[in-house]
Write a protein that binds this ligand. Sequence first.
Ligand code: SAH
Ligand code: SF4
Length: 392
Amino acid sequence: MTVTTPITQDVLTIPRKVEAGERLNLVGLTRDGLREALIAAGTPEKQAKMRTGQLWQWIYQKGVRDFGEMTNLAKAYRAELAEHFTIEIPEIVSRQVSSDGTRKYLVRIAGGHEVETVYIPEESRGTLCISSQVGCTLTCSFCHTGTQRLVRNLTPGEIVGQIMLARDDLGEWPEPGRQPKDEQRLLSNIVLMGMGEPLYNFENVRDAMKIAMDGEGISLSRRRITLSTSGVVPAIARTAEEIGCLLAVSFHATTDEVRDTLVPINKKWNIEELLAALKAYPKLSNSERITFEYVMLDGVNDSDEDARRLVKLIEGIPAKINLIPFNPWPGAPYGRSSNNRIRAFADIVYKAGYASPIRTPRGEDIMAACGQLKSASERAKRARPGAEAAAS
Ligand code: SAH
Ligand code: SF4
């Protein structure tokens, strides 16, 4: 199949200038950014650090969106804040619940664009799969998101806002003075595996994850956050240094020839370069292994030979192989490998000493499974011939 769409980053976040008289949204600002904003709005410099901490806690620990409720701030100061600032998160347009409990939120962000966020409850944890871009500039041939034409980077507020809206929906803002342990939280883990390539929106993802990991912020351990990349090699070391979360890599093939067709970014950074960057990923240990994601496509990448090549390639890297049965979408050019094939593949990987869990598709009935995300409005556009052309 020929790939005509660019495989490089071609979107930028254009910071919106706050117009005179317009109030600035505080959600997503870094601590420094928040401090500066407060000073610019008249908070005395000497108090700014303390005020930053107080606001930060109200916004991220308590989920408060109304300055009037911030009872440890003087009434006059609350009014001043409300004059200059807002506390806003993206809006849930619709919410679908799968028969297996998975929840899919269609989320509207500034400009009327939409992304999807998925909550996956499991016995010992609850994982939120968040999006980093509207659509994706990459065009992996098995991924529904890759067929979406419209792309824009999400802002830090829109990324961390997805965590906040899920907490709203789950009713999980902790009571004052009672911080539940991570494992008791309904929302205990984050995966950056929704729409978009997180490493093509590096700074915004980083700033949002800093808030998610901040002990006075959302307060999730960095080991409960996994960033998935298709293989943006130069940004991998930066991820370790500047974010420090766990890493997953969409590997999906064991030869450059096949990976070029499945994950076209391979033409820019091939398997050898990708593996070298992964080997160098610091803090690698058995407890912090890299997850290799491997989508099982019938007759394409699922042979015994592939399995053997895979374990050879990753030799020396503390790794876990996550086998993902292909999730179909309308018009997809692939089929899912049979259960027997997947089990045989898993067995070879397992016998070579690697954990090889087979991921159970979740939320398939609401098109919430891996690789099925594509905003509803985009789907509607495709269903109406001509509308897409008109929109481009
Ligand atoms: N852009 C990032 C993160 C989002 S994709 C990345 O590619 O890593 C999350 C995972 O779902 C990736 O491993 C991706 O390859 C996989 N995926 C995409 N489409 C899929 C499909 N139709 N079935 C199963 N997995 C899919
Ligand atoms: Fe983008 Fe990831 Fe889908 Fe590839 S698999 S098109 S990188 S979202």
